[in-house]
Design a protein around this ligand. Structure first.
Ligand SMILES: Nc1ncnc2c1ncn2[C@@H]1O[C@H](COP(=O)(O)OP(=O)(O)OP(=O)(O)O)[C@@H](O)[C@H]1O
Ligand SMILES: [Mg+2]
Length: 217
């Protein structure tokens, strides 16, 4: 599976999801590579933090130029079970390169109306990609979700005119996710991260079709 985390808005949780989805897949025995598009998506910084803490790599990672994606992805897809693509914010050019190359696009969006208004440019690019042949699948992933939800997980939502499935998995706003980003640890490597790990496992199972093992709380 080639899965891309896409949203032009900064700070929505693309990198957190890229590394934790890849980490969970790796812990389940899959060969995974995370591609940091143009080297500015954030994955490289997280891996440097992980290395500074002398933690093992768990999954492969590489920087790929947006311009190389179309031709450079085949080698990665052949060598790994899963390719997870982390994309930079505010780069329509990168998204234009990534979306046709991906099999599935996960669009993390924060669950408030102000954030939605900022997604117009992303949605426009997703609409363009969905009109291509072959088109990726695309779904919204509710990210940094506070207690109240504005949309039902596992349903559909119309965002700026585009009707998309909403993943049943919800990534809640949890300290463990912020800690994961600060430390270079995966959520299962943090103490007291059971619920955060459950969020990630749910999304892994939904996106990559893997069994969801129960997580101790
Ligand atoms: N589910 C979450 N709960 C709490 N905090 C989160 C969550 N997801 C991300 N964060 C926090 O938000 C910050 C931004 O997340 P992240 O770097 O994954 O977003 P991004 O979309 O990749 O942003 P950028 O535009 O910088 O590439 C992280 O440093 C982390 O502190
Ligand atoms: Mg990032």
């Amino acid at each position: 599976m080639i899965a891309a985390l896409v949203n032009l808005t900064p700070g929505v949780g693309r990198t957190m999801l890229a590394v934790n989805l890849a980490g969970e897949l790796a812990l389940q025995g899959r060969r995974v590579v995370v591609l940091d598009v143009d080297g500015v998506s954030g994955t490289g910084d997280w891996i440097a933090r992980r290395r500074a803490n002398a933690l093992p790599a768990l999954f492969d990672s590489a920087t790929i130029a947006g311009t190389q994606l179309r031709h450079g992805l085949g080698g990665f897809a052949a060598s790994f079970d899963h390719v997870v693509i982390d994309t930079p914010s505010r780069s329509p050019a990168a998204l234009r390169a990534v979306l046709p190359a991906a099999e599935t696009a996960l669009i993390p969006i924060q669950a408030d109306r102000t954030s939605l208004g900022r997604c117009a440019a992303t949605m426009q690019l997703v609409i363009e990609a969905l009109a291509m042949e072959p088109a990726p699948t695309a779904s919204l992933v509710l990210s940094k979700v506070p207690d109240g939800l504005w949309v039902k997980p596992g349903s559909e939502a119309t965002v700026l005119g585009l009707r998309l499935p909403v993943s049943a998995a919800v990534i809640r706003h949890r300290q463990a996710f912020a800690d994961s980003m600060d430390t270079g640890l995966l959520v299962p490597e943090l103490e007291m991260a059971g619920q955060a790990e459950a969020d990630i496992r749910h999304l892994v199972s939904e996106t990559f079709g893997l069994a969801t093992a129960p997580v101790a709380d």
